[in-house]
Design a protein around this ligand. Structure first.
Ligand code: TPP
Ligand code: MG
Length: 587
């Protein structure tokens, strides 16, 4: 053949044509030929291979590439065990609708389908997650299939999986036998909503006494319009946790998020509300948490979402940002409402409580004072990769975001171990920005081998591990279900030493007064020494305040129960929503 190219190299070039500049993975016999192609392309200064120590870390990091850049993230694993490790990422991507590509090694095609060593029917494995899921059958088609997979991942917002029999990734194919569709690809964009629908919605909003906005990630990039609409229609804002970073912490009518990874004023308003404007969200607990009699107006850029989480009164297939503009255009300023004011007061009281907890210096060290330090050293445009557990709850409540940061976690799938991989992704794509990984001790244990990846790729990340010696989030569930504590104690790992053993600077904190120095040191290490750092903070097992089962309202709780609740959560000055509603004459 005159003009030929290695099929694996052609595939990597296809990835590059889509703007992929790094790829996570770990080799194995069934993906070696992809490795050789990767080596060749990397040696030319093109794509970069990020060698993770567990395919799950690579898989989750690829999802976070998508979250923080909007660009497709890519990870690979070898056949069988490599593929099953990688699977976690595919599921996370599917649940949160993040475009990703997973390249999965397979035994040589002549050995397939007869239970060969490490052989697995990988398409079956990934079938529940993938938006595109195919096995390559010829070397010539390898780059074309990968091009197809990427297009499908973008168009269908999820993980594409390409299974590659190893031999097919190292053959000479015609150099002009494939092309990339990247250059002319356009992402789908939902329309603006129909005028009559907006009119219908505005009529319902005007009639409502206690309307709220519930916003999800669809609103990203339209914070100013969202805040203006909140003021104009006198509707406080509640957000889905994944949209925590959209509206600045200080916006007076921002109530926080709902359910358990949540804030008090949000949960209280969600119980009371008689109308919800639900914008660009996939919040799964709607039917459990929201007032079932509330009117429900939904806006989503995905028609499949309309009515999925709640019965709707008005629903609109529309881009959230365009919809906000249209709502602003078509609405008039509503008069100051006592409901809106009561919510602002309630949110204020909650912020004061959090402030009080972050400034707490007596007693055992809790989560909150650690967040005071995180807030102190965090840059305006920092990226926060948050793991799953009590840390998610605390981070959603306590990080005082300016509206310029990125805050992300594994949302619907909520997998532990998502913190560190997300920080890798964030720092790789934003080397000039400050990046935090915040994780509990249980979650950190699942991925801590990949601290060395931070070290070896010069990724100066601030890792904070909240060590309460238990699976705190589950301890709380056992308490709430009236069960005895079982299977939730962790024993103590010295995470600072684990970091040191991997060449990452480790710091211990056991007392509140050690916090400022530790965080100054972390700043010095990451900003000036260009080194990653891990702070192992030993905190108490005391529970964060459960905002989903507040015992503050005299209409619902005995004075003794209220006193006990306040004492346990240091909540002397925390008031029930009913008090603010009464102050403003809201029935
Ligand atoms: C992979 C995975 N396994 C189990 C769970 C269930 N789960 C949710 S939070 C949690 C406890 C997290 O413990 P830790 O990381 O120590 O954080 P803490 O709640 O103690 O702050 C568990 C087990 C999960 N979400 N993901
Ligand atoms: Mg823990």
């Amino acid at each position: 053949m005159a003009n030929t190219i290695d099929s694996g190299v052609a595939m990597i070039k296809t990835l590059e044509s889509w703007g992929v500049d790094h790829i996570y993975g770990l080799p194995g016999g069934s993906i070696n030929n992809v490795m050789y192609a990767l080596r060749e392309e990397q040696s030319k200064g093109n794509i970069k291979y990020i060698h993770v120590r567990h395919e799950e870390v690579g898989g989750l990091a690829a999802v976070d590439d998508g979250r923080v850049t909007g660009k497709i993230g890519v990870a690979f694993g070898s056949a069988g065990p490599g593929a099953t490790h990688l699977f976690q990422g595919a599921y996370d991507a599917m649940m949160d609708r993040v475009p990703t590509l997973f390249l999965v090694g397979q035994v040589p095609h002549n050995f397939m389908n007869a239970d060969f060593f490490q052989e697995q029917d990988e398409s079956q494995l990934f079938s529940d997650a993938a938006v595109y899921n195919r096995t390559v059958t010829t070397a010539e088609s390898l780059p074309k299939v990968v091009d197809e997979a990427i297009r499908q991942a973008y168009a269908k917002h999820g993980p594409a999986v390409v299974v590659i029999p190893n031999d097919l990734a190292h053959e000479q194919i015609p150099a002009d036998g494939y092309y990339s569709s990247a250059a002319n690809f356009e992402k789908a964009e939902a329309p603006e909503p129909k005028g009559e629908k907006v009119e219908e919605a505005l009529k319902l909003i005007k009639e409502a006494k206690k309307p709220v906005i519930y916003m999800g990630q669809g609103v990203r990039g339209a914070a100013d319009d969202m805040m203006e609409l909140s003021r104009k229609l006198q509707m406080p804002i509640i957000y889905a946790a994944l949209a925590k970073d959209v509206i600045p912490y200080e916006f007076p009518a921002l109530l926080g998020s709902g359910m358990r990874v949540a804030s008090k004023p949000a949960n209280e308003a969600l119980k009371e509300t008689d109308l919800m404007l639900f914008v660009g969200s996939n919040f799964p607990f709607s039917e459990i948490l929201f007032n079932p009699n509330a009117k429900f107006i939904q806006i989503d850029s995905n028609p499949a979402m309309l009515g999925k989480r709640h019965k709707t009164d008005v629903s609109m297939y529309a881009d959230a940002k365009k919809a906000l503009k249209k709502f602003l255009e078509m609405s008039e300023q509503l008069p100051e409402s006592p409901w809106y004011q009561a919510n602002i007061d309630n949110a204020n009281n909650w912020r004061e409580y959090n402030e009080h907890m972050m400034n707490k210096t007596d007693g055992d060290l809790r989560f909150e004072p650690v967040f005071k330090e995180i807030n102190r050293i965090a840059k305006d445009d920092a990226l926060f990769s948050i793991d799953v557990g009590d840390v998610t709850q605390n981070a959603v409540r306590l990080i005082k975001n300016s509206g310029k940061e990125r805050w992300f976690t594994s949302g619907l799938f909520a997998t532990m171990g998502a913190g560190l991989p997300g920080a890798l992704a964030a720092k790789l794509s934003h080397p000039d920005k400050q990046v935090f990984s915040l994780a509990g001790d249980g979650a950190q244990t699942m991925v801590m081998q990949d601290l060395i990846t931070e070290k070896l790729y010069n990724l100066p990340i601030i890792n904070v591990v909240f060590k309460n010696y238990e699976l705190g989030f589950i301890v709380d569930e056992q308490e709430d279900e009236g069960e005895e504590r079982f299977g939730v104690s962790l024993g103590g790992i010295d995470f600072a030493q684990v970091a040191e053993a991997q060449g990452v600077h480790g710091i211990h904190v056991t007392k509140v007064e050690e916090l400022p120095k530790a965080f100054d040191e972390a700043l010095e290490m990451t900003e000036h020494q260009n080194e990653p750092v891990l702070i192992d903070v030993q905190i108490t097992g005391e529970r964060p305040i459960p905002v989903e089962k507040l015992e503050l309202d005299p209409a619902e709780n005995s004075p003794e129960a209220i006193a006990q609740f306040k004492k346990r959560y240091y909540a002397e000055d925390l008031k029930p929503f009913s008090e603010f509603l009464a102050n403003h004459g809201v029935k």
